[in-house]
Every structure is written in C-alpha cells, then in structure tokens.
Design a protein around this ligand. Structure first.
Ligand code: NAP
Length: 336
C-alpha cells in the first residue's frame, strides 16, 4: 500500500516535492497539505495533489490517522516544532534543511528521536544523493589513497539584497558542511574564515567572497570559496587530493560547442537545476524507508552537527582570522 504523506509548507520546495511524490516517484501519495498561507495550500492541491485534504495546522495533519509520514517544507524557523510532533506521533518525517534554526533546537530533535529508539527523521541534505558526489565518494573511498585536502567552491551568479553575510554559512555553506563529512567519513574540529578583497557587485551587509577553512579530526584541510555574486553562473566545485591521486566532482552534463573560433560549454545559472535529480533520489529513499516505519539517509544527528558547525563558522566570520574550535557532544548509539 502507498505511504500516505502529509506536506507541511506548500511553498516552492513543498510543491515541487509533492509533484515528485505524486507524479515521478513510486510507493507514496500526498494525502494532506497544511500551510499558514491558505492560498499556497490550495495552489499545491490544485496543481499537484487534487485528492489531498487541507489541514488547518501542521499538528492536525501530523495527528491524522490518514497520514503515515510527514514532509516538513515550511519556513525554517517552524521545522523543529513539526519534526518533534512527528516523532511524538511515531511517524517518519522528511525535514528540509535546516533541521532547526539553532543547535539547541536540533539537539532537542536528536534527544527526542534517540528516546523514541528508532530512526524517524531524514534531513534534506540532497547532495548525498547526487550522482556526481556518489561517484566522487566511490573514488575517494577506493582509489586515491588517504584524503589529505579538499579544495571547493560554491558560487552563485548573484543573490537578493536580503542575503547578508551569515547567510553565506546558514544557506550556502551548509550543504558543503554536510556533504564533506559524508564524503570523508570524518568530523570537523575547527574552522576559520578569511575575506579576500570585496567584490564591487556585493552590498554593504554582505562580505563577498569569503574563504572558509575547515579542519577535520583525521587532519584533512578543506578550503571552500563561497562567492555568491560571481556573475558568471551557479558553479559547484570540489577536488579531493589524496596520497595517491586526486579526484574532481564531475561537471554537470552539457554540450560542448566549437563556434565563432571558441570552444564553449554552457554553465548553469539556476541553483534549482543543479541538483534536481538528487531530489528525486532522496525522496524515493525517504518513501522506501517510511514504508517500513523508519528513516534513512542524513539523520537528525547530521542536522545537529551541521548546526554546531555552522554556528562555529558564523563565529569565525565575526572573528575573521581566528581559529574557532568545533566540539561535538557524544554521539547517541542510535546514530553509530
Ligand atoms: P517558501 O517558498 O517561502 O515556502 C515556505 C512555505 O511555508 C510558505 O508557503 C510559507 O507560507 C509556509 N509556512 C511558513 N510558516 C509556516 C508554518 N508555521 N506552518 C506551515 N507552513 C508555514 O520557501 P521554500 O523555498 O519552499 O523553502 C522551504 C524550506 O526548504 C526552507 O527551510 C529552505 O531552506 C528549504 N529548502 C531547501 C532546499 C534544498 O536544496 N535542500 C531548496 C529550497 C528550499 P508564507 O508564504 O505565507 O510565509
């Protein structure tokens, strides 16, 4: 029987995930929708989930006996309360990042899930499901010897005026923070942020670009350039240097042209396109695990560690040049 899914948060990603569940993936159906915006909920229902019931609140949706599993795609500050309610109801829950807007909030989710005694939460770190990162991981695990360094970049053509300096960590670097832990099977012990010359394409509340230096427990050094007004495109780079060779994240597939006396390959400009296929894979993984009443993939613990690391990186931004230690609490047995 199809997993009956309730969606809390009918904005851009909520609607897109509901479309995937009903029209692309198998084994699940969207049966409920809730959003503080009745218009957004009605629009999701009209466009991609005609049979879904509209719920006045997320809590009502979670407690409905018509709903087997929950998707939390509302505004970030509301995630924690819905994930905690889903855990209390014993229902598998896919939560878009962030798991919570504070490390303390993420800790409350970890504690609740650990007390429940089984995995119920998957956090929306979709890069782990990207075919390119998966190939890279296979090579890092098997072919280039012990990893020593990672050189990475996360570049956007431009960002809105509302995007300010800490968002380079919480909204942008957060994906690198999670994926490098997974890629290297390692944890961070310190971070440092240094600022190159500022681009004239930025504004007074955004220091852009920035370089984040992470150090792992095994001694790997990672440098990530975050440059969100780079003008030329949305560009994700990752190179892992090992003892016996180095490996690059593959470029997205694109046609190479010879034209007008130049060799040309288009670069994406829209971040939504870059990992579009990975969203399908991550949600299918959620559906498959939810069918057995559990969750897999990035866990609450991963969401919590990402929050602790992000907080340290923001402190490193504020104290540019200083090395900020990252200390993790003991990992509960559920996440071993
Ligand atoms: P969005 O378009 O603003 O959608 C958020 C929706 O949640 C809106 O309809 C909003 O209503 C609604 N909402 C706000 N408070 C709520 C509450 N208390 N209960 C139920 N619904 C509520 O944002 P989005 O782009 O879809 O992003 C949603 C989340 O997904 C964010 O946390 C974001 O970081 C994450 N996200 C992740 C990725 C990824 O790559 N993994 C990509 C995109 C987004 P109003 O419009 O009335 O406020």
């Amino acid at each position: 029987m199809a997993v009956r899914i309730g969606v809390i948060g009918a904005g851009a990603i909520g609607k897109d995930h509901a479309r995937r569940i009903n029209h692309v993936l198998s084994g699940a159906k969207v049966v409920g929708v809730s959003d503080v915006s009745a218009d957004n909920a009605a629009s999701l229902k009209a466009e991609v989930a005609a049979d879904a019931q509209l719920f006045a609140t997320g809590e009502e949706l979670i407690s409905s006996d018509q709903v087997d599993a929950v998707l939390v795609t509302s505004w970030g500050a509301t995630h924690e309360q819905y994930v905690l309610a889903a855990i209390a109801a014993g229902k598998p829950c896919f939560c878009e990042k962030p798991l919570a807007t504070t490390a303390d909030g993420a800790r409350r989710v970890v504690d609740a899930e650990a007390a429940a005694g089984r995995r119920l939460v998957q956090v929306g770190f979709m890069r782990r499901y990207d075919a390119g990162y998966r190939l890279l991981k296979r090579v890092v695990d098997s072919s280039i010897g012990v990893p020593l360094m990672v050189h990475a970049a996360h570049r956007n053509p431009s960002v809105p005026e509302a995007y300010v300096t800490p968002m380079a960590i919480h909204d942008t670097l957060i994906h690198e923070i999670d994926v490098f832990r997974w890629l290297l099977n390692d944890d961070y012990v310190s971070t440092q942020v240094v600022y190159p010359r500022v681009t004239t394409k930025s504004h007074s509340k955004l220091r852009d670009p920035q370089i984040i230096l992470l150090e792992t427990a095994k001694g790997v050094r990672i440098d990530v350039e975050v440059f969100v007004n780079c003008q030329y495109g949305y560009d994700i780079q990752c190179q892992v240097v090992g003892e016996e060779g180095l490996a690059n994240l593959p470029e997205p597939m694109a046609i190479q042209m010879r034209k007008d006396a130049s060799l040309q390959t288009p670069i994406m400009t829209d971040w939504k396109q870059r990992f579009i296929d990975s969203y399908d894979v991550e949600l299918q993984d959620f559906i498959n695990a939810a069918a057995s009443g559990t969750a897999s993939g990035p866990s609450s613990w991963d969401g919590y560690v990402a929050a602790i690391t992000a907080d340290a990186c923001v402190m490193a931004q504020e104290q540019s040049g200083s090395i900020i230690p990252i200390e993790l609490p003991v990992r509960p047995a559920l996440y071993h």
